[in-house]
Design a binder for this molecule. Structure first.
Ligand SMILES: [Zn+2]
Length: 96
């Protein structure tokens, strides 16, 4: 989170926004939890477990919208549907 979700001020490491005073601790904790789910999913994908990776990615997306996480969920879903076989490449739109 680079900017305050309320006033869009650029954020530093403080627990609250310097401009509007919004408390940021809970939001940062939520973002960190989403990032942990994403890191867990990447490890699960690397280990070949697309089903549990998909679950971790969905948990992450419940907490934080993120284009990379959405793309990885598309990959995990496609991989799960092919039962771990290589996904045929036919162009940019294949996976997503
Ligand atoms: Zn603010």
């Amino acid at each position: 989170m680079d900017r305050c979700p309320t006033c869009r001020a650029r954020l530093d490491e403080a627990a609250s926004c310097r401009r509007c005073g919004m408390e940021l601790t809970l939001l940062r904790q939520t973002e960190q939890t989403a990032d942990r789910y994403l890191a867990q999913a990447v490890a699960q994908l690397a280990g070949g477990n697309s089903r549990t990776a998909g679950e971790s990615l969905r948990q992450s997306l419940l907490l934080k919208s993120d284009p990379l996480t959405e793309r990885l969920l598309g990959l995990a879903t496609a991989w799960e549907q092919t039962k771990g076989r290589p996904i045929p490449y036919v162009g940019e739109e294949t996976l997503f």
